[in-house]
Design a protein around this ligand. Structure first.
Ligand code: VG1
Ligand code: CO
Length: 583
């Protein structure tokens, strides 16, 4: 067994290591600065209680983006030096974010060990490569992101750090080969266990869904399927699950080989960035002559997001979670005994609220970011939840889950078509969505993103919007001056959340303007960017008159969009006449 020594290294604080909505995300060039990663990792160890470090089992892996392999070796050496007993690494350093959550919760080592946490190496949907983004976040023993109490402590530690510990002489471990390597340090044995990246996750999916009924759907000549991993880590799960387990054809998969730079693209599953899939589904400008598949889906870099499409049809993520919740008990064996409750993030449309009211389910509205759902799930209050930002999931893990969402949709399609796969017309994705609108009403919804705007200007815009809120009569006067045909604002505030489980309070979670007819305007600054600021504007309008639910959403929302942009003086503050992304 190779012996290693522990070195104590002097260091000093580096500015700007505050974790955002989901971990620390910066340019690779920033992460490569001397001690940058080391400081953050040591600050994380120092933020955890001793038993979560000494003698503990940690998972270290990610979406495979550029710099991951170097980072994994550094974290292994620091874990050894900090007294961690063993590190579990997915083969080639690959584990999707939902798979990490599943591994923490489900995997049991040969000696009965369980993981107490994980470093996840990803910047999610942000581009990768030497000049793009890298990211790191810490997940806890429940499989969910570290709560704000811990991330605040990590940040505080980064501001005072003086030293870190590393086993410099520990040789690099070959993470391309499955197997255990043992080392010996003065505190005892240290192991690195490289394991199959997909097994634990696939096992979990098989325990949740009826794979046979999905297989039948995929085998039907009436049904066709397409999945785009955007060169992210979802590709390895897609190959295992859709091809090997469910029998889909190889040609159904697009971009399913993970690449360090995501093929130069932006691994964000939306109508702007998932270009190939959008074209194949007949939604692009230049429609191909070929008949599009019946179902299409995409994932982001770390495979926790999903976009669901039907033939020439886009399903908004807010509708998607509502439709999954409405059908879960009938379509998904895991939910047969009922839903404990449902939850959505504040800016997500209220489509889920209507389902909750109708089905008499507990309902929660939480701030943006998955960490807030975890407490509800741990307390048995929530089964299905989602965000407008292409995140959907359930209490099977404590992260959103891109492949799970696709399997949920395939399960609903399988159920709706179980009697007509051999005859009769296929019930399509579009049919299911239109039927849902007819039953529950439709929430027209759009999000405008202004990426990489000047951080100072973004702050000024937000301050201005908060100041406006002090007088509703003034707000309404401005709004009526912009468009007389929109409803009246009845409440305006900054969203604040009190966690019903631990009582913790999160303030300043987005600026809301709520209208009498249920319409909403929400303004937020992104917490996941790595440069400048991103302003997100969320625009929503409810319609339950069945003769008015079939409009184009941009058309239906045009008056509210105009109000949002003029009310916020968007162009004046940012100099931007148009958003960078519309979803
Ligand atoms: C964005 C989304 C948010 C999501 C977060 C992490 O955050 O809006 O809903 O939870 O990304 O998703 P922000 O602060 O940029 O709006 V992921 O797939 O990037 O981990
Ligand atoms: Co992600």
């Amino acid at each position: 067994m190779v012996m290693f020594k522990v070195s104590r290294k002097a260091t000093s604080p580096i500015d700007g290591q505050k974790p955002g909505t989901s971990g620390l995300r910066k340019k690779v060039t920033v992460f490569k600065q001397p001690n940058y990663l080391h400081n953050f990792v040591q600050s994380t160890f120092n933020a955890l209680t001793l038993e979560k470090v000494k003698g503990a089992t940690l998972v270290v892996s990610g979406d495979g983006r550029y710099f991951s392999k170097d980072a994994i070796q550094i974290i292994i050496k620091m874990a050894a030096a900090n007294g961690v007993r063993r590190v579990w690494v997915g083969q080639n350093g690959l584990l999707s974010t939902p798979a990490v959550s599943a591994v923490i919760r489900e995997r049991v080592g040969a000696d009965g060990s369980k993981a107490s946490g994980s470093f996840i190496l990803t910047a999610s949907h942000n581009p990768g490569g030497p000049h793009e983004d890298f990211g790191i976040k810490y997940n806890m023993e429940n499989g969910g992101p570290a709560p704000e109490g811990i991330t605040d402590r990590i940040y505080d530690n980064t501001k005072t750090i003086k030293e870190y510990f590393i086993a410099e002489d520990l040789p690099d471990v070959d993470i391309s080969i499955i197997g255990v390597t043992n080392f010996s340090g003065h505190e005892g044995q240290f192991d690195v266990d490289v394991f199959d990246s997909t097994n634990d996750y696939v096992k979990l999916m098989k325990s949740i869904f009826d794979f046979e009924s999905i297989q039948n759907l995929l085998a039907s000549p009436k049904f066709s399927f397409c999945y785009d991993a955007l060169h992210g880590v979802a590709g390895i799960y897609a190959k295992r699950i859709f091809i090997q387990e469910l029998g889909a054809r190889e040609s159904s998969l697009l971009n399913c080989t993970p690449k360090e730079d995501f093929g130069g693209g932006h691994p964000d599953p939306n109508l702007t960035y998932a270009k190939e899939l959008v074209a194949r589904m007949g939604l692009g400008k230049a429609n191909s002559q070929e008949e599009p598949p019946e179902f299409g889906a995409a994932a982001d870099g770390d495979a926790d997001r999903n976009m669901v499409l039907g033939k020439r049809f886009f399903v908004t993520p807010s509708d998607s979670v509502a439709i999954i919740a409405a059908n879960a008990v009938q379509a998904i064996p895991y939910f047969t005994s009922g839903l404990k409750g449902v939850a959505r993030s504040m800016p997500t449309s209220a489509a889920l609220d209507v389902v909750a009211t109708n089905l008499k389910l507990k309902f929660f509205e939480v701030p943006t970011g998955w960490k807030f759902f975890g407490n509800l799930m741990d307390a048995g209050l929530c089964s299905v939840c989602g965000e407008e930002s292409f995140g959907t999931g359930s209490d099977h893990i404590r992260e959103k889950d891109g492949i799970w969402a696709v399997l949920a949709w395939l399960s609903i399609l399988a159920l709706k078509n179980k009697d007509n796969l051999n005859g009769g017309k296929l019930v399509t994705v579009e049919d299911i969505v239109r039927q849902h609108w007819a039953t529950y009403g439709r929430h027209y919804y759009t999000r405008y993103d202004y990426e990489n705007v000047d951080a100072g200007a973004a702050k000024e815009l937000m301050t201005y919007l908060v100041k406006l809120q002090s007088s509703l009569p003034d707000v309404n006067k401005i709004i009526k001056g912009i468009r007389s045909d929109v409803s009246t604002v009845v409440q305006a505030d900054e969203f604040e959340y009190k966690d019903p489980v631990d009582g913790s309070i999160s303030k300043h979670q987005g600026i809301r303007y709520l209208f009498e007819d249920g319409s909403r305007l929400v303004f937020r600054l992104s917490g996941t960017g790595s440069e400048g600021a991103t302003i997100r504007v969320y625009i929503e309008q409810y319609e339950n008159d069945s003769s008015k639910i079939g409009k184009d959403s941009q058309e239906a929302l045009a008056p509210l969009v105009e109000v949002a942009l003029k009310l916020s003086k968007m162009q004046e503050f940012t100099g931007r006449s148009a958003p960078t992304v519309i979803t």
